[in-house]
Design a protein around this ligand. Structure first.
Ligand SMILES: O=C(O)CCC(=O)C(=O)O
Length: 298
């Protein structure tokens, strides 16, 4: 049995560091296993030295992208969702770079995602934005710069690019497929919880997101979260994080801006079959299909 030091984060949450392993030691286990930071996994990626703002602008240019919009400062996007919109990529990147300059002092002062969230919230924003886009739709060249790790025999179902400013977070959620996140620019902090803790972190009934926000834990409103035990890590450029199917994760930008790529693969049998959220997902999908079928014959 491996020994881990369990600590308490500055915000009072129980957390333990995610194990870090070299790529030569890492294999995805047949049963989903546990999260791992994998080091040296993408050392041959062109993305790591080529993806600077000028290069990204020259390759993607004014291709129109959909951005998520949050009311107020960059923080838990899911819990503060506004209308969203479409914008040429080069204009979005200019907003990111200008905002990053404004947030630079906060980024230099704090590492903890809770401290960052509080400082960013005090800095005055009407709206903020977050980009997640299918990498192949932006550019085939970028796909070649960021080849998927060879962890599975099949090609990834999706390869996504994420780009945002300090404090931005996707909100605590899980995915129903195995996931690998690779950091390219800046740093991102991950807080993770195993599938069995869904009740303690107040997963939405019938959804994959949670009400509890580990960056600003509200133990009065969500008392069961006091018993949750999370895992955490900060991902730096060139590092990859394996997130097994069904593991909850909250991802937060902890540098003035950041850019990462994530891959989703088809779920190999029998991964995830013991996780209730997966069966809820199957049920929702079957219901939606039944509704479509009934509508089409009416
Ligand atoms: O990088 C992020 O902000 C979110 C990534 C994510 O949610 C995921 O990989 O499922």
């Amino acid at each position: 049995m491996s020994m881990r030091s369990r600590a308490t984060s500055p915000s009072g949450l129980k957390v333990t560091p995610v194990h870090r392993v070299d790529r030569s030691e890492f294999r995805v286990s047949r049963m989903a296993g546990e999260p791992r930071v994998v080091v040296g996994n993408v050392s041959d990626w062109g993305a790591l030295h080529r993806w600077q703002p000028d290069y990204l602008k020259s390759v993607i240019g004014d291709c129109v992208v959909a951005v998520r919009e949050a009311k107020g400062p960059p923080r838990n996007i899911f819990q503060n969702l506004a209308e969203g919109g479409r914008i040429p990529f080069d204009q979005y990147l200019d907003w990111v770079l200008a905002t990053a300059r404004d947030l630079d002092q906060i980024a230099l002062k704090y590492d903890d995602p809770g401290d960052i969230t509080r400082a960013v919230c005090a800095s005055g924003f009407d709206y903020s934005y977050y980009l997640d886009a299918k990498l192949g739709r932006l550019s085939e060249t970028l796909l070649d710069d960021a080849p998927a790790p060879d962890w599975y025999r099949t090609e990834p179902l999706d390869t996504n690019l994420w780009c945002g400013v300090l404090g931005t977070s996707s909100g605590l959620h899980c995915d129903v497929t195995p996931n690998c996140n690779v950091q390219v620019i800046g740093t991102k902090h991950f807080t993770l919880f195993p599938p069995a803790q869904s009740r303690l972190i107040y997963q939405f009934r019938g959804g994959t997101h949670c009400l509890f926000d580990p960056n600003v834990p509200d133990f009065e409103t969500f008392p069961l979260a006091r018993d949750a035990s999370g895992w955490e890590c900060t991902l730096r450029p060139g590092e990859s994080l394996y997130i097994p199917v069904g593991w909850y994760h909250q991802v937060t930008v902890t540098s003035s801006w950041a850019l990462n790529v994530n891959f989703f693969w088809r779920r190999p049998f029998p991964q995830g079959l013991a996780i209730p959220v997966l069966w809820q997902f199957f049920l929702r999908r079957a219901r939606a299909k039944a509704v479509r079928t009934v509508r089409s014959v009416l």
